[in-house]
Design a protein around this ligand. Structure first.
Ligand code: G1P
Length: 299
């Protein structure tokens, strides 16, 4: 794989209001999906694509994230002396995954503003953004295809997935045209969370992006949009429509058809936990058996 894209920005400063009171003092990214915090799935995905330099855009009450991706000598010593090698490895693993850096977004002003906080760290290179609410199944990792697409076309690349019309208002939505690769489209326009009737397509933006560093310049000028927040989608629209390829503009979409789990709201989170638990070799068979009996009793 080409080493043209090496750094990733992971915004984690949101309040997690949909999960209060669980998220009053615990970052929503630390909520367990089976027995691993949601954010660890995302970091493992980034690392597997060769992204070993991660910048978390963080905020108050997010200390647990730093602790999770750091060593814990006392706990490691305790597990070592109790002869628990598997637990010891599970505890050590997150700290060894990547070099994690942190920058604080004092006031959460929106996703666009969070990404802009990565400017000094990223410098003048294309970089990846991963959103913690979207988990991609490790059998269907797609970042390599996105990196390949960025290498081929330049500009920026976003992950798109077809969703039912009734769900498009939950996502950024892309108007697209075909390329010679059936898995890749050119993005012509974007709208953040359109009403179903006004959506230009059923292509929803999933939280994986590769940006040309030009995005920072645009974000600096982006005014608050939907919900009074600085929307990443608004800056992406400018990149797609108004900036020439020679200046780092242009946007392509990789169409995702794999397995994705959403941990962004309660219902989707519960579904993600059940689906991933069923896949687990250690828990799956017994959990599935119980789930069948349990669901047979439901009306
Ligand atoms: C954000 C983006 C949206 C995108 C979504 C993907 O919305 O603003 O364009 O489709 O992530 O998960 P959020 O889910 O943070 O409201």
């Amino acid at each position: 794989m080409s080493q043209s894209v090496l750094k990733a920005v992971i915004p984690v400063a949101g309040y997690g209001t949909r999960f209060l009171p669980a998220t009053k003092a615990t970052p929503k990214e630390m909520l367990p999906v089976v027995d691993k915090p949601a954010i660890q799935y995302v970091v493992e995905e980034a690392v597997s694509a060769g992204l070993l330099d991660l910048l978390f855009v963080t905020g108050r009450t997010k200390r647990a994230l730093e602790d999770h991706f750091d060593d814990n000598p006392e706990l490691e010593a305790a597990l070592g002396s109790k002869d628990k090698p598997e637990l010891l490895e599970a505890v050590r693993h997150p700290a060894g995954l990547a070099k994690v850096h942190y920058v604080r977004q004092g006031v959460p002003r929106g996703l666009g503003d969070a990404v802009l906080h990565g400017k000094a760290h990223v410098g003048n290179h294309p970089f990846v953004v991963l959103l913690g609410d979207d988990l991609i199944d490790d059998r269907d990792y797609i970042l390599p295809k996105m990196i390949e697409t960025q290498n081929k076309f330049g500009g920026s690349v976003v992950l798109l997935m077809e969703v039912p019309n009734s769900e498009i208002s939950l996502y950024g939505c892309a108007k697209v045209s075909a390329t010679d690769d059936p898995a890749v489209v050119k993005v012509i326009d974007l709208i953040e969370k359109p009403e179903a009737e006004k959506a230009p397509s059923n292509y929803a933006v999933i939280g994986r992006y590769i940006f040309s560093p030009k995005v920072f310049e645009i974000l600096e000028k982006t005014k608050p949009g939907k919900g009074g927040e600085i929307q990443l989608t608004d800056a992406m629209t400018v990149l797609a429509k108004d900036v020439s390829a020679s200046e780092g503009g242009g946007m392509y979409g990789v169409i995702f058809k794999g397995r994705r789990y959403d941990t962004g709201d309660k219902l989707a989170y519960l579904q993600a936990v059940v689906q991933l638990a069923i896949e687990r070799k250690d828990l799956g068979p017994e959990f599935k058996k119980w789930l069948k009996t349990f669901s047979a009793k439901l009306d």
